[in-house]
Ligand binder design. Structure first.
Ligand SMILES: *Cc1c(COP(=O)(O)O)cnc(C)c1O
Length: 486
């Protein structure tokens, strides 16, 4: 399973085929009689491989990586919950899967109805007044939301230049604000892991366009002063942006719309169980309160009680954020998940996610440093400083976990915790799995005492060992798997 895998082109054996077409029953013609020579291909270098070998090749490749269908994936801030297969069944219904975005509206009424219903569901879950499903992912939703904030201030002729972001914020927040032309101002966290109100007040002024807040934040902690923060930001005619990449802690319990937020995005690929990771398609719907609705991107989906319609132009709209209406297949999966669980089910999912995180935190705080020791929400952040003092870094522990069959947690984020280990178990894991994860970490801690080199050179059982990560990202060696080991 871990041996080198050839390229499919190298498996090619001329004459082998995985597919045969029936005889066409018409006379053969010479393409050169009909197509100018410069457009004709002399040969088509496609591999000739039998069906069984194609299946085995791609199955072997798929097994070289970790996946949620293989094992536990506690990657903090990413919500790697199990993706129910019924979502896939629904997305593959021919009536959905075979749609074309240029089909006449009269033939896609069901698809438009599904999207409108998803908008309503997201409004209900978040307490917002309107949603656009257009943005392609979380960061794209942030950009959309910030453009809405900009449009609001432009309409009011407000001179606004700054966006405030707490230091616990996700890296995409400052990136999106800068993309939008705003100056990014970082607000400190206080000793409890919340926004430092004094620091916030010190940075407030008429030039503040808004604040981007994640709640619970990336430490997994709920912001107790959120209403006070909303009051302060609104006091300077700023808008409050909710980074709702992850709603897993709050579904059915509380809503950003009720906390005072004006605009937010949702990562349906995290909270609503559509597969993600490896750069696959996602969706980052953006919700707004009434006062921002006129600025939402087009097309918007309208319903007059009889027919659904796409509104492609609207006065005041910020324009179009991408082609067509959004990542439709992803939205079908999210809709399926929401309707399968229903209101009570979503609420229960959140309570289990929070319970699982607190269970792991209680077991692991004996072994690691816990910088903010209070009940967490869907995730929590440990520090590997005591282990680093012994010469074994958080990165080494994360790599060694791979040898035990677990995906590593998020490490070195959020930036405010040294040697950070950010763990998000999600609700879909059993106590047995959580216990096995703790036991693997306990074994690694023993190894740090008895054989630290083993941990520092991990992983040892994966298809590739320790890589130079910067080089691997910047100059990927795509032929790596072809080389014989060593
Ligand atoms: C994942 C995440 C994002 C970015 O979402 P993408 O879909 O990856 O662009 C933004 N904020 C937080 C808090 C996140 O966890």
């Amino acid at each position: 399973m871990n041996g080198p895998e050839p390229l499919i082109f190298e498996m090619s054996q001329p004459g082998t085929t995985g597919f045969t077409l029936p005889e066409p029953g018409i006379d053969e013609i010479d393409p050169a009689d009909h197509i100018p020579g410069k457009f004709l291909r002399s040969h088509l270098p496609l591999p000739s491989v039998a069906e069984v070998d194609v299946v085995r090749h791609f199955t072997r490749l798929s097994r070289k990586n970790h996946a949620i269908d293989v094992g536990f994936y506690p990657l903090g801030s990413c919500t790697m919950k199990y993706n129910p297969k019924v979502n896939e069944d629904m997305a593959r219904l021919p009536g959905f899967a075979a749609l074309h975005p240029y089909q006449p509206e009269s033939t896609v009424q069901g698809a438009l109805a599904l999207m409108k219903d998803l908008e309503y569901a997201l409004c209900e879950i978040t307490g917002m007044d309107a949603f656009t499903l257009q943005p392609a992912a979380g960061a794209h939703g942030e950009l959309t939301g910030l453009l809405l904030i900009k449009a609001y201030h432009d309409r009011k002729k407000n001179k606004k230049t700054k966006i405030l972001i707490p230091d616990a914020g996700h890296g995409t927040n400052p990136a999106s604000a800068a993309q939008c032309g705003y100056e990014v101002v970082t607000i400190k966290s206080d000793a409890q892991g919340g926004v430092d109100l004094e620091d916030l007040k010190a940075h407030l002024g008429p030039e503040v366009a808004g604040l981007m807040l994640t709640n619970p934040n990336t430490l997994g902690l709920f912001e107790p002063n959120v209403e006070k923060i909303a009051e302060l930001i609104h006091g300077v005619d700023g808008l409050l942006y909710y980074d709702g990449a992850n709603l897993n802690a709050i579904m059915g319990w509380t809503r950003p719309g009720d906390m005072g937020f004006d605009v937010m995005h949702v990562n349906v690929h995290k909270t609503f169980s559509t597969p993600h990771g490896g750069g696959g398609p996602g969706a980052g719907p953006v919700g707004v309160k009434k006062h921002l609705e006129p600025f939402l991107p087009c097309p918007r989906i309208a319903y007059d009680g009889k027919k659904y319609k796409l509104i492609t132009k609207a006065k005041g709209s910020i324009g179009t954020m991408r082609t067509f209406v959004g990542s439709f297949g992803v939205l079908v999966r999210a809709y399926t998940y929401i309707t399968q669980l229903g209101a009570e089910g979503l609420k229960e999912a959140s309570s289990h996610a929070v319970l699982n995180a607190n269970y792991l935190m209680a077991r692991l705080k004996k072994h690691f440093l816990l910088p903010y020791d209070r009940f967490c929400k869907h995730e929590f952040v440990l520090s590997g400083k005591p282990q680093a003092a012994k010469g074994v870094k958080t990165l080494d522990i994360a790599k060694r976990l791979l040898d035990y069959g677990f995906h590593a947690p998020t490490v070195y984020f959020p930036l405010i915790v040294e040697e950070a280990i950010m763990i998000e178990p999600t609700e879909t894991e059993s106590k047995k799995t959580l216990d096995a994860f703790v036991e693997a970490l306990e074994k690694i801690l023993q190894e740090i005492e008895t054989n630290p080199e083993l941990v520092k050179t991990a992983p040892h059982t994966t298809p590739v060992g320790r890589l130079d990560e910067a080089l691997a990202a910047r100059k990927p060696d795509i032929n790596f798997f072809q080389r014989p080991a060593g």
